[in-house]
Design a protein around this ligand. Structure first.
Ligand code: HH2
Length: 299
């Protein structure tokens, strides 16, 4: 397999987003073009996710929400059945599957966009792929279950590799870094190399700095500000800031339901930094943010 091309030399106009070296992601649902930023809608089939917990456990409601997100501009949907919010405890695979599969089947029947499954377990990923999932989104970047890379490689599905310091149960206790941008970037470079060594194609790898996963408010902001360092690795970058608690803290303790403008600001800056996918709950609003951000960046 060819190596991902290096980031081209910096443009004269540094306000422009770095040119994406891989403008598309190949999935079984077709090619997902990344020349425009893709809005990824979040659908959690969980009772306890920090934002949409309990809303999408019913397959019919999940399918209706999925169809609405696609109508509002989502180019991909991310389905999860295990919360990874700070303090969350792990869910056994059988329970994760019991929650996920009925929702996945209903959503798969309702929409044609690529579906990713947010899981750290190879058994869950394999069952989800058999039911029509097109990508795997692993917040542990293949560390929780070393068999996950092989599952993705065998099925030929892309994977999102996310940085997390610690585990969801403990990660916000005391995040520590010498150089957060350097450490997150070199960690993801190493995980991408491990994924490729396990047989995942380079054009099937997406990197994610893991906003809110073992980071302080300042470290989250720094990672968004210096997204260029991650983009320079040559893989598409996904950013998930939606309604997260660093926004609540920046806004004086704002409630989870009142973080839309904060989310919008962070998404606009992530797009300016070169994010090719943004994972959000409020698809209609963030679709507008992305359209306007790209128009300004391209002017
Ligand atoms: N954030 C969450 C979950 N999965 N995956 C990626 N790749 N990047 C993220 O930033 C990310 C993620 C947390 O958000 P949410 O799914 O809304 O909450 P919960 O983990 O409580 O289900």
């Amino acid at each position: 397999m060819a190596s991902p091309p290096r980031q081209p030399a910096p443009e004269a106009d540094s306000r422009l987003p770095p040119a994406g070296p891989r403008p598309a992601l190949r999935t079984r649902a077709g090619t997902l073009a990344l020349d425009r930023t893709v809005v990824v809608g979040v659908l959690n089939a969980t009772p306890d996710s920090f934002s949409d917990g309990g809303l999408h456990q019913d397959p019919g409601r999940a399918a209706a929400a999925a169809a609405q997100m696609v109508a509002e501009g989502a180019g991909m949907l991310d389905l999860g059945a295990e919360s990874t919010r700070p303090g969350a405890v792990p869910v056994p695979a059988d329970e994760e599957l019991r929650r996920l599969l009925p929702v996945l089947r209903a959503v798969r029947a309702a929409v044609r966009v690529p579906l990713s499954v947010d899981t750290m377990k190879s058994s869950v990923a394999e069952a989800a792929i058999a039911e029509g999932a097109d990508l795997v989104n692993d917040v542990s970047a293949g560390r929780q279950d070393p068999a996950l890379f092989a599952s993705c490689a065998a099925a030929g599905v892309p994977i999102v590799l996310m940085h997390m310091q610690g585990t969801p149960a403990t990660m916000q206790a005391e995040p520590r870094y010498g150089d957060v941008v350097g450490e997150v970037t070199s960690f993801l470079a190493e995980r991408a190399a491990a994924a490729r060594a396990a047989g995942i194609a380079p054009e099937g790898i997406v990197l994610d700095p893991g906003i809110g996963f073992g980071k302080t408010v300042g470290q989250n902001c720094r990672l968004i500000r210096r997204l260029d360092a991650l983009v320079a690795l040559g893989y598409p970058v996904l950013v998930g800031v939606s309604r997260k608690s660093f926004l609540g803290r920046l806004l004086g303790g704002r409630d989870v339901g009142a973080r839309l403008f904060g989310t919008a600001a962070a998404v606009a800056l992530a797009v300016a930094g070169g994010a090719k996918l943004v994972r959000v709950h409020d698809v209609a609003a963030i679709h507008d943010v992305v359209v306007v951000s790209e128009a300004v960046l391209g002017a």
